[in-house]
Ligand binder design. Structure first.
Ligand code: ZN
Length: 130
């Protein structure tokens, strides 16, 4: 069974973007920089899921390019799956296009992979393991 782990939102400024959630009284994680993705992020728990606000730390960041092209807004949806390598194997066999062929390891040691929007109804789909 998959669940929505988080929803990623590309923003120009974490400080500005956070304020609506502060006004709603939600708790917001401390800012964290993810070097390999060239982003600064905060996580906002919402029920059993989270919102992830992403701010570019460099002009070459995918988030900077996304905002330049499409403006701020919904960037990706992340599903948590029980067995990520098996899920990736299954998708590849069925010709699903992934952004990168290898499973990457994130800052907190979590494993993740992105499915290309062309294979997911125009939505960038992130998969992480439970
Ligand atoms: Zn994410």
């Amino acid at each position: 069974m998959a669940e929505i782990d988080h929803i990623g939102i590309a923003v120009k400024s974490l400080g500005a973007a956070k304020s609506i959630y502060e006004k709603l009284g939600l708790s917001i994680s401390p800012e964290e920089t993810v070097e390999q993705e060239q982003v600064r992020v905060v996580m906002i728990p919402v029920g059993e899921s989270r919102l992830e606000l992403l701010e570019a730390t460099s002009e070459t960041s995918t988030i900077a390019k996304f905002i330049a092209k499409r403006g701020e807004g919904l960037h990706h949806v992340c599903l948590r799956v029980p067995d990520l390598p098996a899920a990736v194997e299954r998708l590849k066999k069925q010709g699903v296009r992934l952004v990168s062929d290898e499973i990457k390891t994130g800052a907190g040691g979590h494993k993740y992979v992105f499915v290309h929007p062309s294979s997911a109804g125009g939505v960038l789909l992130e998969l992480v393991e439970e």
